[in-house]
Design a protein around this ligand. Structure first.
Ligand SMILES: Cc1cc2nc3c(=O)[nH]c(=O)nc-3n(C[C@H](O)[C@H](O)[C@H](O)COP(=O)(O)O)c2cc1C
Length: 214
């Protein structure tokens, strides 16, 4: 074998080896961190669910009474999500579901909301957002109580025109200089409430499914 050919073969083999080892290391790190991130997001979601579902409103294993909800324009999502059903003495009493406000200042705001059977909101919590710290992030319960303004609201006790910030003629508070984030949330919670009322009976009738990892 010519020395020059041998040298270039060795260099190519070394490069190939580095590429294979490097790619394997990257894939390994991605798998580990991806699973950890998914597990911590799930734990955070469970913590938020506990905050918005009153203990006295259910006596079943709410975290096990799950169903998969298909993507729907009223929920702002493009993938199925898991919902949790509460029952009291065998009767449907609560539903916790996920939805997305697509038009936050910095894109999508993911949230969960708990509704009583009659459609009254018992709580909303932002799960993930990229709104500006100190400006639009007051929609996050960790930063302010603004989100608690949804408690007790329903399509029955608020008309369509009420689902706006006060500045736009509606009933919801806002912080001057940051109305894009609350507008996005109010619009999305309104739509998700409409989804619930339209689908309530089928949601409670569906078979339980085991939540899948996304
Ligand atoms: C860098 C920057 C970041 C901003 N981030 C947000 C935000 O996260 N949420 C929000 O509602 N408005 C944010 N704003 C302000 C909006 O652009 C807009 O001016 C404001 O929401 C309108 O509020 P107003 O109706 O009280 O005037 C930001 C503005 C700037 C310049």
């Amino acid at each position: 074998m010519q020395p020059i050919f041998k040298a270039s073969m060795q260099t190519s083999l070394r490069l190939l080896m580095f590429t294979v080892v490097g790619t394997a290391a990257l894939a390994f790190t991605f798998n580990i961190t991806h699973d950890k991130i998914a597990a911590s997001e799930e734990a955070e979601k469970l913590n938020l669910i506990k905050q918005i579902v009153p203990q006295e409103k259910f006596d079943n294993q709410i975290m096990q009474d799950t169903l998969s909800i298909s993507a729907d324009p009223l929920l702002g999502n493009s993938n199925p999500t898991t919902a949790y059903r509460g029952r009291l003495q065998g009767q449907p009493s609560m539903l916790v579901m996920e939805a997305i406000a697509p038009d936050g200042y910095s894109g999508k705001i993911r949230f969960i909301m708990a509704l009583q059977y009659d459609g009254t909101i018992s709580g909303v919590r932002v799960v993930k957002h990229k709104e500006t710290p100190g400006l639009g992030d007051y929609i996050d319960a960790a930063k302010s109580d603004w989100i608690k303004g949804f408690n007790g609201i329903s399509l029955t006790n608020r008309s369509d025109k009420d689902w706006k910030v006060k500045k736009d003629g509606g009933q919801f508070d806002y912080m001057t200089g940051a109305t894009i984030s609350p507008r996005a949330m109010i619009k999305a919670v309104h739509k998700a409430s409409q989804y619930y009322v339209q689908h309530r009976d089928e949601l409670f009738a569906q078979q339980t499914v085991t939540p899948s990892k996304e």
